[in-house]
Design a binder for this molecule. Structure first.
Ligand code: MCN
Length: 796
């Protein structure tokens, strides 16, 4: 059957357009719009004493200059704290333009609108801002000393403090279980700051329609519906008068889920005030210093275990660097502390985190969102246990696995969505078996020895993770079949390159029995779909995928009802193949879906051939009854929502073989293997693409990428000249195998895949380097100079 597309490696439909330059990104829109630019703080911590714009006023082409004082009620207030939490006792967000104090380099202070960006930047350079310097607080250690404060009213710079404790089955606390364990270890781990750095930065373009008193905003966002709600509220506009559209988006990786960004409020506000189109496109330096970062944590670990390596008690204290503000709440450290448990069933667990303010760029989720840090912690722990006991590292993991017959498995904690952390399905022993086969785990020791005899240092490492995906609360799908037989699918969440246009079309084509060529998909356009949450937490496949399937089922049912009427058949005897409804076993008794669409509309003007054909059926079908039957709505269309009871948990295991240079400490990845389980795959080729992209980002985090701040809070590497990213030349060939344990929680049995690739990479690379060098690797990323220093400290 040509319409069975779910699970097939269909090529990405969006690529022809995107790779041939036909994409329409934010900066391609509104070529005649006025341009906005911002004066941003050059200091990490300072009080603004005055702003003098006089020298800028004469610049030709200047349209307006705004400071905080110019902003009206609504716009002038601090930006929202999107996900409050009782433990976030001192949540703080920024004003859209700094009011009196700036708390990181890059904080916006003045907005300039001019005829183009060149003029706007010239004006910015002529505006003088006076500062009284305050002591910047940089780095976790300095912040926890509490000697200087980022926010005057936040003692000790602690924004949040949360403890979660799960006792052992026999009621022991983690401290008691560790105390009583035959073996114990304590150590510290350090993880540096990194950032999403999508190739397209943020951007917003707004048009005010004075006649209609309505606003249209294009934003490079991961959530157009939430930007819309925020704008309606902040600008005092009725919701139906605000439209927000995410055009093609050149990557998001988490940073574009924050909403509204200051510019997302200020640009539309100025467009309405000036009654002119206004646009702002973020430049690279702006992205580095005024969007968001993630990852930085210090972790103190204590673990107690038995002779087999089974963890009897684990206690982790996390210091989480939150930067200057907490617009996205404490989701990142909550995820670290809960997802740290991975595929393991451990005795007693205690985790405690403090979320610490520093005078640096704020922290919000970046692909993996706290999981890479959690996995780093747990997997380093597993390796240290194995080393202490002299046992095989894979065996120690296997000894701790949750077994396939133990699902659903309740970890006894509260997850990021406020619901219990209950794993729905998985088969961790089988994943490990596949991974060991794929990388050749059991044969590696001989390989290591052979290399050593030649003076080469090879090492192998592995890492496991479990990832909560598809978090709620809901997503919706709308299906419309028109009289030309085309299927129009829309869903409210947005796309940044994941391939939604392809996979959602696959789902609709499969459910409706139509050729995929007839299906078109729209995402992230509030004109088409008003209620949605957004794209993050690897949730689009699960949430919108299932919503679209449910909506298709509704429409299919209606199509069969209408067709049965026209064919004088029983709907139960009908099926749809290649866009044609026919009686099973009697293909001649058929009616195209296009005709069914016409029949579903009481206004059946003969605009096209299908409509004319439909009149053949129409007479018989509707002469003696009302044009719209009772209980029916006109049109062959339908909408449905999917709202899960809780998240579904994907999982995976990675392994790598690395070589370290004995002289230069250069680190090369020779092989990289992934076994991945995201339940039923809609499109295995896209899943592999997501994994490749994720691993590439993970390799960046493991070996290259870090945000380097000096003691004054200046970001020293705020450009792609200085912030090292891996090129294709540094990314190994990625060998992949899959496992499909369907999720019992949703109709399609799927779990998310979008973040999986990145999550365990740092842990895996650290383990492999440690194996090659015989030296503990307790920090990430690790550069050749870092490795060299570790060797020197160890006297090697
Ligand atoms: N997929 C599938 N079968 C499954 C699961 C997923 O075929 N069982 C497919 C999906 O249909 C989709 C892709 O894999 O095409 C990723 O799906 P999903 O796991 O639902 O993730 P989302 O679509 O919600 O994307 C978000 C996720 C996150 S959180 C980040 S961050 C991220 C990522 O995806 N940012 C990305 N991948 C990215 N890829 C690109 N190109 N750009 C980004 O900004």
């Amino acid at each position: 059957m040509t319409t069975k597309l779910f699970g097939e490696p269909v090529r990405r439909r969006e690529d022809a357009r995107l790779i041939s330059g036909q994409g329409r990104y934010l900066d391609d829109l509104g070529p005649g719009a006025l341009a906005a630019a911002f004066v941003r703080s050059p200091h990490a911590h300072a009080r603004i004493t005055h702003i003098d714009v006089d020298a800028a006023l004469e610049v030709d082409g200047l349209v307006a200059i705004y400071t905080w004082e110019d902003l009206p009620a609504g716009v002038c207030e601090p930006l929202p704290l999107l996900i409050p939490h009782p433990a976030l006792t001192h949540g703080r967000t920024a004003y859209p333009l700094a009011r009196d104090v700036v708390r990181h380099v890059g904080e916006p202070i003045v907005m300039v609108v001019a005829k183009d960006r060149y003029v706007a930047e010239d004006v910015c350079s002529l505006i003088e801002v006076g500062y009284e310097f305050l002591k910047p607080v940089v780095g976790i250690e300095e912040a926890v000393s509490g000697a200087h404060l980022v926010h005057e009213d936040v003692p000790g710079n602690v924004g949040a403090h949360l403890v979660q404790e799960v006792p052992s089955a026999d009621g022991r606390s983690a401290a008691e279980a560790i105390e009583a364990a035959p073996h114990t270890l304590s150590f510290r781990l350090d993880i540096e700051r990194s950032a999403c750095t999508p190739l397209e930065g943020k951007g917003v373009y707004a048009r005010w329609d004075a006649d209609d008193q309505s606003l249209r905003v294009y934003s490079s966002t991961q959530t157009s519906t939430s930007v819309r709600m925020a704008l309606a509220a902040k600008l005092g506009l009725p919701l139906p008068k605000v439209e927000v559209i995410a055009p093609d988006v050149g990557g998001g990786f988490g940073v574009k889920i924050v909403h509204p960004w200051p510019e997302e409020v200020l640009v539309p506000w100025a467009a309405r005030l000036l009654n002119q189109e206004v646009k702002w496109t973020e430049d690279r330096r702006e992205h580095f210093i005024s969007s968001a970062h993630e990852r930085a944590q210090v972790q103190h670990v204590r673990v107690g275990f038995d002779d087999e390596g089974r963890v009897l008690g684990l206690s982790v204290e996390i210091l989480h660097d939150h930067g200057a503000y907490t617009p996205y709440g404490i989701i990142v450290p909550i995820i670290t502390s809960t997802q740290l448990l991975g595929p393991y069933r451990i005795g007693a667990y205690r985790v405690e985190f403090s979320s610490i303010y520093t005078n640096t760029v704020q922290v919000t989720p970046y692909r993996g969102a706290g999981r890479p840090q959690g996995v780093f912690c747990m997997e380093r722990t597993m390796d240290k246990i194995a080393q202490h006991l002299g046992r095989d590292r894979a065996d120690v993991r296997a000894a701790n696995f949750i077994q396939p017959d133990q699902f659903p498995y309740d970890q006894g904690m509260i997850f990021q969505d406020g619901r219990p952390l209950i794993y729905d399905s998985g088969d961790y022993p089988e994943s490990l078996r596949k991974l060991k086969d794929l990388i050749g785990w059991d044969d590696f020791p001989a390989q290591r020895e052979a290399a050593r005899a030649e003076g080469r240092r090879l090492g192998i490492g592995l890492g496991c993770y479990v990832e909560g995906t598809g978090v709620g609360p809901y997503e919706g799908g709308h299906i419309q079949i028109t009289s030309d037989g085309r299927v129009h699918v829309s869903t409210g969440l947005t796309s940044q390159g994941q391939g939604h246009e392809t996979v959602f079309a696959q789902i609709a084509a499969t459910e409706l029995g139509v050729p995929i060529e007839r299906v078109s998909v729209v995402t992230g356009d509030t004109r088409r779909f008003g209620y949605a949450v957004g794209t993050f937490a690897s949730r689009a496949a699960v949430m919108s995928g299932n919503a679209i399937a449910l909506a298709c089922r509704k429409v299919r049912e209606k199509a069969l009802r209408v067709a049965a009427d026209a064919l004088e058949a029983d709907p139960r005897d009908l099926e749809i193949t290649d866009g044609v409804v026919h009686v099973v076993g009697s293909p001649s008794a058929s009616i195209p879906l296009a005709t069914v669409a016409v029949l579903s509309n009481p206004l059946r003007y003969a605009f096209d051939e299908e409509a004319k054909r439909a009149t053949q059926f129409a007479g018989a079908a509707s002469m003696d009854r009302p044009p719209v039957a009772e209980g029916e709505e006109p049109g062959l269309e339908g909408k449905d929502y999917y709202s899960p009871i809780r998240s579904t948990f994907a999982s995976g295991m990675h392994a790598a073989i690395v070589e370290t240079d004995p002289d230069t400490a250069e680190i090369r990845i020779l092989r990289y293997a992934v076994v991945h389980d995201c339940g039923k795959m809609i499109n295995p080729m896209l899943v592999e693409g997501q994994i490749h992209g994720g691993v590439a980002q993970g390799v960046g985090g493991a070996l290259y990428e870090k945000m380097v701040y000096d003691e004054h809070g200046q970001l020293l590497n705020a450009s792609f000249m200085d912030f090292l990213m891996p090129y294709a030349t540094e990314i190994p060939h990625i060998e992949t195998d899959h496992l499909e344990t369907p999720s019992p929680l949703n109709p399609l049995g799927i779990k998310g895949a979008g973040e999986a690739g990145v999550i365990p990479v740092s842990a895996v690379i650290a383990a492999a380097i440690e194996d090659a060098e015989g030296l503990p690797i307790d920090r990430m990323p690790i550069s050749p100079s870092d490795l060299y220093a570790i060797r020197r400290t160890a006297g090697n």
